[in-house]
Design a protein around this ligand. Structure first.
Ligand code: TLP
Length: 342
């Protein structure tokens, strides 16, 4: 049975060119900083994000956590969205591992945190208070329908943060989706941020890895944090070789994923059982319409029985994510399967 896997873009497999590059990658011990392919990936990532330095990490989660550890001390506070990935889907690691307190603000439907909410959330210098150290934004915003944050918004948050002595981190797991959707270089989107993580192993198809970028001092501290988390890797050039191709060959094609997500949403909107907001990038989120008699869990299971895999959660609703492994015909087959089961 052919499988159409729309659960996530994390299911992408490395391309044939990636496997060939991995096989011939020159490697060394990266804990000593001696893996030439890792070094090449880090230089390329720094250049693409407009930062001075970069660090290859095993996952987006570790990239965010290493950033938090490098920016904060135990007992410090990070302001982030109530729908953000680090707050909801990273096992509470910033608190459990970092001893850092999250201060959540409501994410607006466009993925932003309101500037007035941010201003009010930054704590005064008072012996009772945790020290507010960092603001963390997410671009694109996973739970907010994959919406990209603009460079102008990010600049406004950075100005506010810097004026109050804080740093700004961007969880840019899908930063290149944002760049393609907005038609601006990734570096422009994060120009005013102090650090950014992006994932190689989602829409960009590498098998493993993310990159954390920032200035030299910050990356020096993040390298120690990565080691503390057990994430120092040795001959990681085997993995970095695929990541180099992610950045040089796989970015422009993200536009195809966005077009397929738009087509999927358009088709889903025709079913009266669903409420489907228009997607912005490669993430389509939708919910059951009020009064629908359809059981979403049963529908998800029935579709899975036909090889169409979607994500469903009681709180989040449905999620379908387009990626390199999903063709135009798969979108039409998905819509036909949904029609059969409604
Ligand atoms: N997101 C995954 C799951 O964890 C939900 C997905 O399928 O979307 N930031 C954002 C915005 C993410 O969406 C993710 C992964 C991460 C960070 C963490 O990346 P990894 O999975 O590499 O640790």
């Amino acid at each position: 049975m052919p499988i159409i896997d729309l659960r996530s873009d994390t299911v992408t497999k490395p391309t044939d060119e990636m496997r060939a590059a991995m096989a011939r990658a020159e490697v060394g011990d990266d804990v000593y900083g001696e893996d030439p392919t890792v070094n090449q990936l880090q230089e390329l990532a720094a250049e693409r994000t407009g930062k001075a330095a970069a660090l290859f990490v095993p996952s987006g989660h570790m990239g965010n956590l290493a950033a938090f550890l490098a920016h904060c001390q135990r007992g410090d506070e990070i302001i982030l969205g109530n729908l953000s990935h680090p707050f909801n889907s990273e096992t509470g690691s910033l608190a459990a591992v970092g001893g850092i307190q999250p201060f959540t603000l409501p994410n607006q439907p466009d993925g932003t945190l309101r500037l007035e909410d941010l201003q009010a959330a930054i704590r005064d210098d008072d012996v009772h208070h945790a020290v507010t150290r960092l603001i963390s934004l997410e671009n694109t915003h996973n739970r907010c329908n994959g919406v990209p944050l603009t460079a102008e918004y990010t600049r406004a948050v950075a100005e506010l943060a810097h004026a109050r002595g804080l740093k700004l981190h961007i969880d840019g797991a899908r930063l290149f989706n944002a760049a393609v959707a907005l038609g601006v270089p990734a570096a422009t989107l994060v120009a005013d941020a102090d650090s950014v993580t992006f994932c190689l192993s989602k829409g960009l198809c590498a098998p493993v890895g993310s990159v954390l970028c920032g200035d030299e001092d910050f990356i020096y501290r993040a390298r120690r944090a990565r080691k503390q988390l057990g994430g120092g890797m040795r001959q990681a050039g085997i993995l970095a070789a695929a990541g180099i191709l992610s950045l040089t060959q796989m970015v422009d094609r993200l536009a195809e994923d966005h077009a397929r997500a738009a087509r999927l949403a358009e088709g889903l909107m025709e079913f009266r059982d669903f409420v489907v907001p228009a997607p912005h990038t490669n993430i389509v989120r939708f919910r059951m319409a009020e009064g629908s008699q359809v059981d979403p869990q049963a529908l998800t299971a029935a579709l899975a029985g036909e090889g169409v895999l979607l994500d469903y959660g009681n709180y989040e609703g449905f999620r379908a994510v387009t990626h390199h492994g999903v063709e135009d015909a798969d979108i039409e087959s998905t819509l036909a399967a949904v029609a059969r089961h409604l």
